[in-house]
Design a protein around this ligand. Structure first.
Ligand SMILES: [Zn+2]
Ligand SMILES: [Zn+2]
Length: 394
């Protein structure tokens, strides 16, 4: 076994204990006070310079290596989801209605493990490591808030690394995808303003419900008629709200949905067409459409060179791992905002164990992963990637 992997396995009891403690005490986005306190305490004890309360609950920690060199940013997310856990695990959530169902509890444990392994071999790597423990990844804009708060300045990172545990694969599979790896996303809202009235005399009204029906149908032509066939694009309408009574035509109807694409230009095209289609279709029904977009995240694009180096370093510490280099998901990730500014790599580490029933998908009430097997391995992979880009020797 590679010495770094051996050191990571020596840490296994602590990694599993950290993860299960975080799992028992999940916190929603921007409320990760307990998690942040534990993280800050551990990093301070290891000699890192720690800053807390960055974008509410974010933690930033810096350590200098043996001499001048590049700065690498290592990013881990901390938030849980508003889900009632159904795993029945001994370490199940003690916070009703809140659950670590995406694996961010594991990410925090891995981050603490990486910090410990790097601190222990501080005289072997040049440059600087900067940890970014981020709040509110699950659609709440934690990365954007940390960037606004200056996480990418003083010191400015030359490289950025991040990972996600991935229950779509068993432990043993790791995905390093150069170029676009996760979709960009944009949420849209269409508010249709009509004129309400009695359902028995619709000619005196301007019916936003009827307009909404036509707008929904027309929106679904955008991907098939406007997005080039070789590009990926997704449009889904996930929320439709209008009216309260069967015999009343309401004043307004609201549609909400999500757009996904791997190219920024495709995402802009989708937005532009949603605006045009919603406005012109509703105009035909004499209804006014107000179209807006929010929670926009760019596609997550890995730097091919950093990605290849992270993969090579990973293969040195874990030669038996199976590597996928073409895994792409229409899911989105706000780490994309960091990687749009700093060259880097965000990789996926298979975490399922189907034989033990640990393979429910992310965001599922029975989501759980093989923490004993994957945490030391993922910790070694991330430490190796960091040492590689710093110019140390993994
Ligand atoms: Zn998630
Ligand atoms: Zn996640």
């Amino acid at each position: 076994m590679h010495p770094l992997m051996k050191d990571a396995f020596a840490l296994r009891p602590r990694l599993v204990a950290w993860r299960r403690d975080f799992h028992q005490h999940p916190e929603l986005g921007f409320q990760e006070h307990r998690s942040a306190r534990i993280i800050a305490q551990h990093l301070r004890a290891l000699g890192y310079q720690v800053q807390t309360g960055v974008a509410e609950t974010g933690v930033v920690a810096v350590a200098e290596g043996s001499g001048p060199g590049p700065t690498v940013l290592l990013r881990f997310d901390m938030d849980a989801l508003p889900i009632q856990e159904e795993t029945g695990a001994a370490y199940a959530s003690q916070n009703p209605g809140v659950m670590h169902a995406c694996g961010h509890d594991g990410h925090m444990a891995i981050g603490l493990g990486v910090a410990q392994l790097l601190a222990a071999r501080r005289d072997t790597w040049p440059g600087r490591v900067k940890f970014m423990f981020q709040p509110a990844e699950e659609g709440l804009g934690g990365a954007a808030r940390m960037i606004e708060a200056g996480v990418l300045e003083n010191p400015r990172p030359d490289y950025a690394l991040g990972l996600h545990l991935w229950n779509g694969w068993p432990v043993g599979w790791v995905g390093y995808t150069p170029g676009p790896a996760m979709a960009g996303a944009s949420m849209f809202r269409v508010v249709l303003q009509g004129r309400g009235g009695h359902g028995a005399i619709p000619h005196t009204t301007r019916d936003p419900v009827l307009a909404a029906g036509h707008v929904i149908t027309a929106l679904h032509t955008i991907v098939s008629r406007n997005v080039p066939a070789q590009e990926a694009g997704v449009l889904s309408v996930g929320a439709v709200h209008a009216g309260h009574a069967p015999n009343v035509i309401p004043e307004t109807a609201t549609l909400e949905g999500t757009l996904r694409a791997f190219q920024a230009e495709t995402l802009r095209l989708l937005e532009q067409r949603v605006r045009t289609v919603a406005q012109s279709v509703s105009q035909a029904f004499e209804v006014q459409a107000d179209v807006s977009f929010h929670d926009q995240v760019p596609p997550l694009i890995n730097d091919p060179e950093v990605c290849a180096r992270a993969q090579q370093a990973g293969a040195r510490v874990w030669p038996e791992m199976n590597v996928l280099t073409d895994h792409r998901t229409m899911g989105s990730e706000d780490m994309a905002l960091v990687l749009a500014r700093v060259p880097g790599c965000y990789f996926f580490v298979g975490s399922a164990n189907p034989d033990r029933g640990l393979n429910a998908p992310h965001h599922h009430p029975r989501f759980d992963f093989d923490d004993e097997d994957v945490l030391p391995r993922a910790t070694a992979l991330m430490t190796a990637a960091a040492l590689e880009v710093l110019g140390g020797s993994p």
